[in-house]
Every structure is written in structure tokens, then in C-alpha cells.
Write a protein that binds this ligand. Structure first.
Ligand SMILES: [Zn+2]
Length: 269
């Protein structure tokens, strides 16, 4: 998804769960996943975090990222619940932003939508997935900045994609990011999907992502609740309700949030 869609999805998914400041903060954290890649584009020491975006990766690696990120969020929520330390709440919400980015990119960077045939269905994150007929057919996009550019500027590529529609989204062959992504309305994959299925693939990705993001938030809160006392849980909810942040605070402290998140993720690997 492109930044403005991550923002839209995150806000819509969580607006019954978080106040305005917390929503903004989670959305900024979500979009930070792409900002990091942009900043490190030419830094060979910081390779592209493929599983974070379900790009140029496998479903197993993407799944591992999701599982680990969820654990990091829950651990930080638990730690926060035992204190009134604002920084711990900020870190937990930052972690959730990064987790939600991965969920949302799943729907735009895999053939999940193509396989569900125009019905809104949330991925249940099992490798063996009962939500689609043939789980082995689930594939992720192949991505490189250069190949994406080549596909885009090649005048015959669109024609090729149109005439090979079915085979592009079936089987285990690689499909380029340009042909697969439903990052925004009007992407090639969105246009092809609508032509074949009668509904916008991007709209489906948007709806699935919103449902999944909301479910994930409820899931992490529930799992944290199981591991803390009632008093701690009430404290957690109260602190989230009272969450406040100054406008510049995200940018000023993002290096710390990033570092803490990455360190916690590395520990789980
Ligand atoms: Zn992304």
C-alpha cells in the first residue's frame, strides 16, 4: 500500500479503539516502515526488510515477521501496563504500527485477493489456510526497483499481463511487483482484477486490511490481558485512553522507537 492508504486503513480500523493522538501515532509508525526503506535505499549495510512488506520474500518469512512483531507488541503492552511511563506506551503503539504495516502489505503484495475471487476474506495466518481453496498457490510479489521500472516502461508488458491474466496469479512462478500490487486504486493489478472479476481488487485489499488490522489489535490486547492482573489491564486501558503526544514528538524520537523495535525483533530470531 502507498502511505496515504496505510494511513486511511489504520485510522478506519482502529478509530473505535484509540483516541486521535494514538491513531495518528500508530499510523505514523506504520508508514515509518516505508520511510526506513526510502532512507536506506543506497545503504548496503541496511538491506531491504523484505518480510516487513511481503515483497521479494516468502509467505513463511512474512508470517515469521508477523508472529515476532506480535510478540514484541504484547511484551511491550505488558511492560507498559505495570507503569504510567508514557515512553513505554509510545513504544508499544510504535510496534503495533510496524505490525499493522506488514498485515496491510500482505493484501496488496500477494495474490490472496486474486485467489479469494472477489469476496472479502481475512487471511488467518495459517500456512495451511482454509480461507482459500489452494493454499500452495499463495505467492508474494517479486520486487526490485529496476525490474519494476522495466515493466512499467515496456509498452508491451501491459498487453502481456492482460493476455496471461490467469497464469500470472496461479502456480508458484514469480510475479513482478508491478503486475501484482494493489497498492492504490488504478494499479495494473487493480485494473486487471476489476476487468476479470467485476470489482476493484484494491477495494478488496483495503477492506480485508482494515478488518485484519482491527482483529489484530483486539488479539494483542486480549493476549496481554491474559498475562496481567485486572488492575494492570485497567491501567493499560486508562493510559491508552489518556494517550497524548506533541506534534513533533514522533520525528524527534523515531530513531529510538526504531532501534527498540529492531532489537526486540532480532532477539526473537
Ligand atoms: Zn510497505
Amino acid at each position: 500500500m502507498i502511505g496515504e492508504n496505510h494511513y486511511l486503513i489504520t485510522n478506519n480500523a482502529l478509530n473505535e479503539h484509540l483516541n486521535g493522538d494514538a491513531l495518528d501515532f500508530v499510523a505514523s509508525s506504520n508508514i515509518d516502515s516505508d520511510k526506513i526503506e526510502e532512507e536506506n535505499k543506497y545503504n548496503i549495510f541496511k538491506p531491504y526488510n523484505a518480510p516487513q512488506h511481503f515483497n521479494k520474500t516468502t509467505k513463511e518469512e512474512g508470517l515469521e515477521f508477523l508472529e515476532n512483531a506480535k510478540e514484541v507488541v504484547i511484551d511491550d503492552l505488558i511492560e507498559a501496563s505495570k507503569t504510567d511511563d508514557d515512553d513505554l506506551y509510545k513504544q508499544a503503539l510504535y510496534d503495533f504500527g510496524r505490525l499493522s504495516h506488514c498485515i496491510q502489505d500482505f493484501y496488496s503484495h500477494t495474490n490472496w485477493i486474486n485467489q479469494t475471487g472477489g469476496i472479502v476474506r481475512v487471511w488467518n495466518e495459517d500456512i495451511i489456510n482454509p480461507n482459500i481453496d489452494n493454499p500452495d498457490n499463495l505467492k508474494t510479489t517479486d520486487y526490485s526497483w529496476f525490474s519494476q521500472l522495466l515493466d512499467k516502461i515496456n509498452p508491451f508488458f501491459k498487453m502481456y499481463a492482460e493476455s496471461h491474466y490467469d497464469s500470472l496469479y496461479e502456480g508458484s512462478s514469480k510475479t513482478s511487483h508491478y503486475t501484482m500490487n494493489k497498492d492504490e486504486k488504478g494499479s495494473l493489478a487493480d485494473v486487471l482484477f476489476e476487468k476479470n472479476e467485476g470489482v476493484s481488487g484494491f477495494n478488496l485489499a483495503l477492506e480485508d486490511s482494515m478488518l485484519h488490522t482491527e482483529q489484530k489489535w483486539e488479539e494483542v490486547l486480549d493476549e496481554a490481558k491474559d498475562e496481567i492482573t485486572n488492575e494492570e489491564y485497567n491501567n493499560l486501558i486508562q493510559n491508552l485512553e489518556d494517550f497524548e503526544i506533541d506534534e513533533d514528538e514522533f520525528d524527534e524520537n523515531k530513531e529510538t522507537y526504531r532501534k527498540n523495535f529492531e532489537e526486540d525483533m532480532d532477539e526473537l530470531n
